[in-house]
Design a binder for this molecule. Structure first.
Ligand code: HEM
Length: 482
């Protein structure tokens, strides 16, 4: 009887039979499209994408309902085709369905890979890579060269994470580095590719006919080989002890101890998460930060003045993490928050799935509904944020409540790392990396636009995908300050 009754679903455009609202989205990024719809239909939106029912939370209150009050009902992930394939059929952390397996994996990773103590042990790698970056930038600065910041920063974060996770370092421009970049790009394209199976299951055969399944299989095989070689290298009996300590070593050691009793394929799935959840997100955030600062010279000047007042020993080539840990940097911290607010690195968080039928605001949400929390729209909500599209770190200064806001998902007006059971477990690693890179870029260099370019020429265009990449590279000119 219940299934025959019309459910009291949240409001939203009716869409067409079979395709829902797919045809209406066009080129508008999904987070912006949902945000526009919510102006008409309210903060809780229900639409169909193909035959898939989708719930979108567009306000801090509805986000809190999903990520906190009813977190347990909404803490699974949908079984999308590419994510499933590339995560070893969801035996990772990020795309795994809610289960005892996922809880155990997440607990082990928090304890051994991503907690503050472990993040501290990777400090020498962070400082070494940042000092290599500083060296490169100094050379380019002395020649007055225009620097492709997007390329530099992407290489930095990729190299950093590769060393921490895999114990590998590829020299910029080397054959190995080019090959690695190539398979990274293939992975990124494959994971965010559109598949009919996900939204139009009855057209799933088209994925096969169009060669999409074969392509996915090829990308999967290449990465499987890469992880297998890593595992083999790490298990060589003659591997020097001095090389121990990367994520592969930690996971293999836990497996040997018996405290992490999982097949090697599942270790590969975790390695995938660690690399792909970190590199792109951190690089993108730094590129947007530099974009915002070059477009807002008074903010750039103010944050540099705060950093340059740090008591630094003479002739030290780098601001180290120790120098930052001891300092009070309220304006710098406000700049980081404002970047994450304005640019929302992962605008719709990672998609969730309702585990069971539940009710929000009196509306019925069926089990298996795909759930998006629109972090981008929430952090532009004019009721929470004055002049929401302006870059104003000052909004986080002073004695307002927002000053103490901590990014960990306790204040639902700003949730760049999500919140609740599935919130980002890598936040400590992310913030430590963002901090050391940004402090050094701003302390050690003055920045300007290439000759003939005005700040109005820098666009905010974005690349479609889970992460909100800046579409066009950012070019800047550096001058060494000290
Ligand atoms: C600026 C950098 C980063 C941003 C903005 C970011 C943001 C996010 C967001 C929004 C989610 C989804 C949260 C949700 O569904 O509520 C997430 C999940 C996740 N992040 Fe991050 N992240 C960053 C860096 C990292 C790093 C450095 C790691 C380390 C490996 C990491 C590992 C993960 C994992 C494993 C998940 C899935 C968690 C789960 O499903 O249980 N992230 N991240």
């Amino acid at each position: 009887i219940r299934s025959k009754r019309r459910r009291n679903l949240p409001p939203g455009p009716a869409g067409l039979p079979l395709i829902g609202i797919f045809h209406q989205v066009g080129d508008t990024p999904l987070h912006e499209y949902f945000s526009q719809l919510s102006k008409e239909y309210g903060p809780l939106l229900y639409v169909k994408l193909g035959s898939r029912p989708v719930l979108v939370a567009n306000s801090s209150r509805t986000a809190e309902e999903i990520l906190k009050t009813q977190d347990l009902a909404f803490c699974s992930r949908p079984p999308f085709l590419s994510m499933s394939k590339l995560s070893y059929e969801r035996f990772d952390i990020a795309f795994a369905p809610y289960s005892a397996y996922w809880r155990e994996m997440r607990k082990i990773c928090m304890l051994h890979l991503l907690g503050s103590a472990r993040v501290r042990t990777f400090r020498p790698i962070r400082e070494d890579e940042v000092s290599r970056l500083v060296q490169k930038l100094s050379e380019q600065a002395s020649r007055g060269e225009t620097i492709n910041m997007t390329e530099r920063i992407t290489y930095l974060t990729s190299t950093l994470i590769c060393r921490m996770a895999f114990g590998k370092r590829y020299e910029h421009g080397s054959g190995e580095s080019k090959e690695f970049n190539h398979i990274i790009r293939e992975f990124q394209t494959a994971i965010s590719a559109f598949h009919f199976t996900d939204y139009f299951p009855w057209l799933g055969w088209l994925d096969k006919v169009l060669g999409k399944i074969d392509h996915l299989e090829r990308v999967y095989k290449k990465w499987d080989l890469f992880y297998q070689q890593l595992l083999d290298e790490h298990q060589q009996p003659d591997r020097p002890k001095s090389m121990d300590g990367d994520v592969v070593d930690i996971l293999l050691q836990l497996r040997k101890d018996g405290s992490f009793d999982i097949p090697l394929d599942h270790i590969k799935a975790v390695l995938m998460n660690v690399y792909f959840a970190s590199t792109d997100t951190i690089a993108t955030t730094i590129v947007w930060a530099m974009t915002a600062l070059i477009k807002n010279p008074s903010v750039l000047k103010k944050v540099q003045a705060e950093l340059r007042a740090l008591p630094m020993p003479q002739n030290k080539p780098l601001v180290e993490e120790e120098d930052i840990a001891m300092a009070q940097l309220p304006y710098f911290n406000a700049v980081i928050k404002e970047v994450l607010r304005l640019y929302s690195t992962i605008p719709l968080l990672l998609p969730r799935e309702a585990i069971k039928d539940c009710t929000i605001d009196g509306y019925e949400i069926p089990a298996k509904t795909l759930v998006h929390v629109n972090a981008w729209a929430i952090s532009k909500d004019p009721e929470l944020w004055k002049d929401p599209f302006e870059f104003k770190p000052e909004r986080f200064m002073g004695d307002e409540r927002k000053f103490t806001l901590d990014l960990k998902g306790t204040d639902f007006g700003l949730i760049p790392f999500g919140s609740g059971r599935r919130g980002c477990p890598g936040i400590t690693m992310a913030l430590a990396t963002l901090e050391i890179v940004m402090v050094n870029l701003l302390y050690l260099f003055d920045w300007r636009l290439p000759d003939g370019m005005k700040k109005e020429d820098i666009d905010n265009d974005i690349e479609p995908g889970l992460t909100m990449h800046k579409k066009n590279p950012l070019f800047l000119v550096a001058k060494k300050f000290v």
